[in-house]
Design a protein around this ligand. Sequence first.
Ligand SMILES: *Cc1c(COP(=O)(O)O)cnc(C)c1O
Length: 386
Amino acid sequence: MTAPRLEIDLDKIQHNARTLVDRLAVRGISVTGVTKATLGSPEVVGALLRAGVTGLGDSRIETIEAMRGACVPASMTLIRSPMPSQAARVVTHADVSFNTELDVISKLSAAAQEAGRTHGIVLMIELGDLREGIMPGDLEDTVRQALCFPSIVLLGIGTNLACRSGVSPDPRNMAELSALADRVEARFGRVMGVVSGGNSANLDWALSGASTGRINDLRLGESILLGRETLHRRPIDGLHTDAMKLVVEVIESKVKPSLPWGEMAQNAFGETPTTTDRGQISQTILAIGRQDTEPSGLRPPPGIEILGASSDHLIVNSGDVLSVGAEVTFELDYSALVRSMTSPFIAKVLKSRNGHLSVAASGPPAWGDRPQSTERTKRVAGIPIS
Ligand SMILES: *Cc1c(COP(=O)(O)O)cnc(C)c1O
């Protein structure tokens, strides 16, 4: 079979999603399935929908458009603040978007009005992780203005923690979000139907038994795909951690010294690696590299240890010399997964009880098909063409 390839087990993903949907339902919380790591793969999305997620979320409008193109039957939310330049695409293809800037909401309203539709928004609140969000003290003013846009429907509020700074969702910040929902309702007489508490990092809090207050939705990606909570990356009881696997092929395997020799300077990435002397080892090269994935996010099988990686080579201590052409299978963390999904050099193989579907690696783009593009880009950017 072709390599490198990402093997995606749809039954395991469905099981993971179903388990989380069921456990959270008891706590009064629905699940928005986050599709960004799998680029909106219709097969993965099918598994999420069969598992009972109530809607889909993605941070890229391009992926939402692709899912619409594949006729995915679900409500779709753009979970990153829209780029103003994409406002028309956002209102055309996303039912809802997460927002923090009135100028963006104004553009969405104008675009929605022009398209003869309404667009739902959820206002994101900053609760300490210092990524996106309206400061809590500014929320009432923002709501007051947001309610004036004719083609915008304010559906609720949300927050996102543990992404940039690692701030944990806890009873205090979650209670603050609930209180803000209550306050907006009391002040403006609008029901905050959506109170979206966060991502996979919220699971410990949501399932702890503490009051979940007004929070009625979580947006889950990594925990469904990789079966781990994301504050400590501990496996979640009853979930599969190997629903996604990366299979790579051996292209060299030789006994070599573990220490490099010669005068030492920087490597290809500007680093000056230090190596410990372990005498002679079985050094194996796998045909994958930093261009395809995040090598430090690969979890090797027992007996194999990752030593280093360049753009196209992953170097491991394999214990024994392996045959060239042999395959080695790794589990992945989120960054390795996202990079692997995005690499055109990695084939995607979707497996399920009902058979499997293989999506070949697409390889590098065919630049030759687009001889005009550089010229057009330069003109658009206002750079004179010499
Ligand atoms: C990516 C993302 C999520 C999903 O996060 P996971 O850790 O994969 O569950 C949720 N909300 C927002 C705003 C995101 O960008």
